[in-house]
Design a protein around this ligand. Structure first.
Ligand SMILES: [Zn+2]
Length: 727
């Protein structure tokens, strides 16, 4: 299913790399694009008859999904936007002098109806879409963007925020309140609120051009990916693929109206089928289709667009008073400066490339032992690495799955770890309405028995559900608004036949722990202001709690507690356990080097000064990566500049490093636990108190360091990735 993430799922948090990067999703995530507005708007009365009209009377203010009809959303969203604009207008036009209470706190109290409705709406559009909801989504997306713009660009509102900001240190504010003033001010300034009218007009023009170019880039990329699919009438070219994969290729050919077989292009440089294809010419053709997809001249070539995008972003940053785009865009991130991000990336390069080179040698030896008679190329890597993997640590999922029964993993793994670390207990509730019959609800209690949160899980794949997995909220925690958190996890696990157990893969288990880590971040939120609560933290922090929670999945005391055969209750055999562990560090030289190359490219493009000329993407890319030691013959960047969707159109501009950065944070955090006695309540409570409950209420860098007792090091990350020393 192809749907927008960016529009409605803005605050949902997805699992790992693959979720946000689907080309299909991107094509529709054009929140910035001038979307034509369907003319089906009819004013529907919004009143007490609408179940979203009043705050929910259910426990934890849970949405009454049993009463909400699809047709209730649009009038509620419209009313929510109108009310928010009205509330914000009153704050901006208040004749009384600006104070923290009448401006900053008043803003925190505004928009509650819209938040309530949007949370429920984004939940159902993400997890249980139908045609009517999709129509409402398409209709409302541009209106919501315009509503937000009207607030962000209200000069009277900004003047009041600035007035409070200017006197913030003499107002006797507590630390969280002070942080909120600074946060609000920073967000407005970042968007250009401080500029002269002249410069605002210039910025607006640059923003418009950027938005047009991004949309253009996405459209070209989508067309390029389509045009780049590998098509053949010779079945021999598909040797190595399974019958199922060949059938899929035949289906794809029908879809593309081609004879024979088609292998569609995926968004990353490497293509999944390269693992299996034994025909070297086919592998090379597929790889080159991928690598050159947007560099063939003609309509789908994106090079001129990205060169201009990089340049105009640098110009935008200069207008806003920054040396480069990354410097501007990282002001509200944990890393704060491009220098910090670059230093981090560069520190990983030697170990990653050394390991990648060693892996390349192993692969070359394998090629030679099979009398291949050629030098390893990027299109050979996956094919031979797969052979090494199979020989060394092949995991037969059918052997593993019986030990990962869903409910057992949930109760005796995910919940168990949360109990041991934080004292939480979980009670399933069958009386809370859900959006679909498979959804389960648990009331979460603290160690002292007090209710903490409501948590929903919607684990099974449906064809009206977005791909991947994510966490989001139905109610945001806030002491100001007297709200306890209501959060949910969504995934796409195979649904078993009626009466059969749901058996998970090892990846599924990791996903469960990951999303539950986000959920803990949301449920432990203990802040006054909703804007700073829970998972509302920068991109280079938000994946830290979730990835941290993944570590407990393989922590022996947890693993042994849940990994039991669903029929016999027998623990997993040691040999199988060892294989799972070993498989984790396989091919990590390659994986790390390709992601570092992409991260570095992103930072290179976005640290260009405004005075830089239009760059030739190919020349620039190669020169920069060579300079960083990341231009490896057999290890291309995970994305080439010309098809790097994340940074040109998906909101990860100057932010791709965040994937690895948060890994450094979670690995260093887990190492801290290991060094301090492992899974203990004392360790868990300390982590919860100093990190997980704090949202964005203080400087994240300082918060993290205070908890860790120093700066995070990359050493644990190198260790867990298996990049340290010999294997
Ligand atoms: Zn995540």
């Amino acid at each position: 299913m192809m749907r927008s993430q960016a529009t409605w799922m803005g605050n949902a948090i997805s699992a790992g790399l693959l979720f946000l990067v689907g080309l299909a999703a991107a094509a529709n995530s054009a929140a910035q694009a001038p979307t034509p507005v369907p003319a089906q708007a009819t004013a529907v009365a919004f009143g007490p008859g609408n179940p979203l009209y009043a705050d929910s009377s259910l426990p934890f203010h849970a949405p009454p999904f049993d009463k909400i009809k699809d047709s209730d959303y649009q009038p509620a969203i419209d009313a929510g936007m109108a009310l928010q604009l009205d509330e914000v207008g009153k704050i901006a036009d208040n004749p009384a002098p600006p104070t923290f209470e009448n401006t900053i706190v008043a803003l925190e109290r505004s928009g509650q109806l819209l938040a309530r409705v949007s949370n429920a709406f984004s939940c159902v559009t993400g997890a249980n879409l139908d045609d009517e909801l999709q129509k409402v989504e398409e209709y409302e997306a541009p209106r919501l963007a315009a509503n937000q713009d009207a607030i962000n660009l209200n000069p009277k509102l900004f003047a009041r925020i600035k007035a409070v900001y200017d006197q913030r240190n003499s107002l006797g504010l507590d630390a969280e309140s002070l942080r909120l003033v600074e946060y609000d001010y920073q967000q407005f300034v970042k968007a250009g609120a401080n500029l002269s009218e002249d410069d605002k007009a210039k910025l607006k023009k640059l923003n418009e051009e950027e938005s047009t170019l991004s949309t253009d880039f996405m459209n070209k990329l989508l067309a390029a990916a389509k045009a780049g699919s590998f098509s053949t009438k010779d079945k021999a070219a598909l040797a190595g693929l399974s019958d199922q994969q060949i059938a899929a290729a035949a289906d794809a050919a029908k879809e593309h109206k081609h004879e024979g077989w088609v292998i569609p292009l995926q968004n990353t440089t490497q293509q999944p089928d390269l693992k299996f294809l034994s025909d070297r010419a086919a592998r090379q053709a597929i790889f080159e289709n991928s690598w050159n997809r947007t560099e063939r001249g003609g309509d789908n070539d994106t090079r001129a667009i990205i060169a201009r995008l990089a340049q105009l972003r640098a110009q935008k940053a200069a207008l806003l008073g920054f040396a480069n785009f990354a410097a501007w865009n990282l002001t509200d991130q944990m890393a704060k400066t491009p220098e910090a991000a670059i230093q981090f990336v560069d520190a990983l390069v030697p170990a990653a490339t050394a390991r990648a080179n060693r892996e390349a040698k192993d692969i070359q030896a394998l090629i030679d032992s099979q009398h291949g008679g050629f030098t390893l190329q990027p299109w050979d890597w996956e094919f031979y690495a797969e052979q090494v993997r199979k020989a060394k640590y092949d995991l037969d999922e059918s052997q593993v799955k019986p030990y990962f029964e869903l409910n057992n993993v949930l109760q005796n793994g995910v919940f168990y770890a949360a109990h041991e670390l934080y004292g939480l207990t979980f009670k399933e509730r069958h009386d809370i309405p859900v959006w679909q019959a498979d959804v389960r609800v648990f009331e979460v209690h603290d160690a002292d028995g007090k209710p903490l949160a409501l948590w929903y899980c919607d684990y099974f794949k449906r064809d009206n559900k977005n791909g991947g997995a994510w966490m989001s909220q139905l109610v945001n925690q806030s002491k100001l608004l007297n709200q306890l958190p209501v959060v949910f996890n969504v995934a796409n696990f195979e649904k078993p036949a009626a009466g059969e157990p749901a058996l998970l893969s090892s990846d599924d288990v990791t996903t469960m722990f990951h999303e539950f880590g986000h959920a803990l971040h949301g449920m432990f939120a203990d802040t006054r202001y909703p804007s700073l609560s829970g998972t509302q933290v920068p991109r280079d922090f938000v994946e830290f709690p979730s990835q941290f929670n993944e570590h407990w999945a393989s922590y022996p005391a947890v693993f042994d507690h849940y990994a039991k055969h669903y029929k016999t209750g027998e623990p997993m055999p040691a040999e199988l356990k060892a294989k799972i562990e070993k498989a984790k560090t396989f091919n990590q030289g390659y994986d790390t080097a390709e992601i570092l190359a992409a991260s570095r490219l992103d930072l290179d493009w976005h640290t260009l000064p405004a005075s830089a000329p239009l760059e030739d993407p190919d020349v620039f890319e190669k020169a920069e990566l060579q300079k960083q030691g990341l231009w490896l013959d057999a290890v291309p960047s995970r994305y080439r500049s010309s098809y790097f969707l994340h940074i040109w159109a998906n909101g990860y501009d100057a932010g791709y490093y965040a994937y690895s950065w948060t890994e450094m944070l979670d690995d260093a955090a887990f190492q801290w636990f290991l060094d301090h006695g492992g899974m203990t309540r004392a360790n868990g409570d300390r982590f919860r108190k100093m990190v997980l409950s704090r949202g964005n209420t203080s400087d994240l860098d300082k918060m993290y360091d205070a908890w860790l007792g120093g700066k995070p090091s990359i050493e644990p990350m190198l260790k867990f990735r298996g990049l340290k020393g010999e294997e």
